[in-house]
Design a binder for this molecule. Structure first.
Ligand SMILES: NC(=O)c1ccc[n+]([C@@H]2O[C@H](COP(=O)([O-])OP(=O)(O)OC[C@H]3O[C@@H](n4cnc5c(N)ncnc54)[C@H](OP(=O)(O)O)[C@@H]3O)[C@@H](O)[C@H]2O)c1
Length: 313
């Protein structure tokens, strides 16, 4: 009998996981998802069955993964908050790795971050490095994808830069704004994930897009494309953080954290590698010049409202 390979994707009703699931279904694979939002709008209907993560019940987690050939792991939390922490996400991901091993999962495609380091003072980058090491030591064949920042219609950073440019008479950058980013299109990341899911050699890929911007250039470019060219002002990072905090209070979100500012300023979203994605942010944003940033996109709304689809620009 012709058995369709079973693949598992975390967060298929979220952002990158949704694009990965789409591509796997198009290849004819059977797909399940592990999610913290079991009742979030399911864009795949019956084609993708959803299971809770069961991080605290290893047997259940590994039972869910029985028969899975490839697991695509996007699970992580963006910042520390009263509802979730990086430390918790590290523990949960370690539980996921153990369960994958116990279930005999052949291959793990793991989404990490550029420049992870166990010596980093930044918990995001340190936690990601701990997980990369655990995966390498697990004995499961792996592909580690290290994106910088993603863009796509459900994105937060690019959209909210556009949102701020539409609303305020000037835009403040943290310090000189010369730190760099290499945004990758979420669908290109998904393509990489699926490609590397087919292989069995161990690999680490810097998942970066074809354009490199300084933060200042990124803001200028988005402003120009949406027709909202604003003066760009260098702010002392603490003042920039305070402005972001204030806007966050106003919109009921955490707009940016101190850690994210430190990571940007330390150039951790830049790597000296060839591009892995082909879609240019400038082309993508130009095609959405009329809608990009019309609405603020809130991370916390996604976490609080587990039933609604992710907002999109
Ligand atoms: N987005 C970016 O710009 C960016 C940049 C660099 C690296 N990355 C990495 O790419 C991966 C995927 O990112 P994404 O933006 O595509 O994520 P996402 O779809 O929003 O979330 C991925 C998974 O993590 C879960 N999750 C996220 N935040 C959570 C929280 N606070 N509490 C509990 N569960 C949470 C989601 O839960 P549900 O199951 O409830 O949906 C989903 O299962 C992550 O590992 C991230 O570190 C992303």
């Amino acid at each position: 009998m012709n058995r369709r390979p079973l693949h598992a994707v975390t967060g298929a009703f979220g952002y990158s996981g949704k694009y990965i699931a789409q591509k796997l279904l198009a290849k004819g694979h059977k797909v399940i998802t592990l999610t913290n939002s079991l009742h979030r709008q399911n864009p795949f209907g019956e084609a993708v069955q959803a299971f809770p993560f069961h991080f605290d019940q290893p047997e259940k987690l590994s039972a869910t993964l029985q028969g899975v050939e490839v697991l695509y792991n996007t699970y992580w939390v963006r910042f520390n908050h009263q509802m979730f922490t990086h430390a918790g996400a590290v523990q949960n991901t370690l539980a996921l790795l153990d369960a994958a091993k116990a279930a005999g999962v052949e291959r793990l495609v793991h989404v990490s971050i550029t420049n992870p380091s166990e010596a980093s003072p930044l918990e995001y980058f340190r936690g990601k490095a701990q997980l990369e090491r655990a995966l390498k030591e697990s004995g499961i064949s792996y592909a580690i994808l290290r994106p910088t920042v993603l863009f796509g219609k459900e994105d937060i950073l690019i959209n909210n830069i556009a949102w701020a440019l539409r609303r305020f008479p000037f835009f403040g950058v943290f310090g000189d704004g010369r730190y760099r980013l290499q945004p990758i299109y979420v669908d290109d990341l998904a393509e990489l994930a699926v490609q590397w899911g087919e292989r069995r050699d161990n690999v680490i890929v810097d998942a970066i897009g074809p354009e490199t911007f300084t933060y200042r250039e990124l803001v200028e470019t988005i402003g120009r494309l949406i027709g909202k060219t604003r003066p760009i002002v260098s702010l002392p990072p603490a003042l920039g953080y305070f402005a972001g905090w204030l806007i966050g209070k106003f919109v009921g979100d955490v707009m940016i954290t101190r850690e994210e500012i430190d990571g940007l300023r330390a150039d951790l979203l830049f790597v000296d590698s060839p591009p892995a994605g082909k879609t240019r942010l400038t082309d993508w944003a130009r095609a959405r010049r009329d809608t990009l940033g019309l609405q603020y996109t809130s991370e916390l709304t996604r976490r609080r409202d587990r039933d609604a689809a992710y907002a999109s620009n």
